[in-house]
Design a protein around this ligand. Structure first.
Ligand SMILES: [Zn+2]
Length: 154
């Protein structure tokens, strides 16, 4: 394994797919469930098990959370936790996982994954290898419910 050929350009933002896409409502990864002041969140259409979302920083190209200003870091975490709280409630989580990796797309984003009592990998991190496409109707129903939760005042 090695870093992609254009890794430096991904790091510096000149070839960043998340900067290039703008703030789409319905990209391939899944429907947008939250459009905040500085972040968008998308419910995944595929993966190892349903119930995970990506919260993407939209305040310009940033690689690490440590690159954010004090005010921006507060806003980033506030929005991540807002989405996490809605996911926790909607999916009746047994446990929540939050991760910031960016090893393929080094633009700041957090993965929020719900863990279930009958989880695919109870007691362990979710394996990335077993990828399946979730039923379209389930994703649409969950996305609508999450949008409602996320649009009501806290
Ligand atoms: Zn970027």
């Amino acid at each position: 394994m090695s870093w992609p050929d254009n890794w430096i350009a991904r790091l510096d933002g000149s070839e960043c797919s998340l900067c290039a896409e703008g703030r789409p409502e319905n990209p391939a990864r899944g429907p947008r469930i939250y459009a905040g002041a500085r972040c968008d969140a998308y419910l995944a259409r595929s993966g190892t098990q349903p119930g995970w979302a990506t919260v993407i920083w939209r305040g310009g190209h940033v690689t690490e959370p440590t690159d954010l200003s004090e005010d921006d870091s507060v806003e980033f975490w506030r929005e991540v936790l807002t989405v996490g709280r809605a996911m926790q409630t909607h999916f009746q989580a047994f446990k929540m996982n939050y991760s910031i990796l960016g090893n393929r797309t080094p633009h700041l984003h957090a993965i929020i994954a719900v863990r279930f009592e009958d989880d695919v990998a109870a007691g362990e991190p979710i394996p990335a290898s077993e990828k399946s496409v979730f039923p379209r109707a389930d994703v649409a129903r969950d996305a609508e419910a999450l949008k409602r939760l996320l649009s009501s005042p806290d």
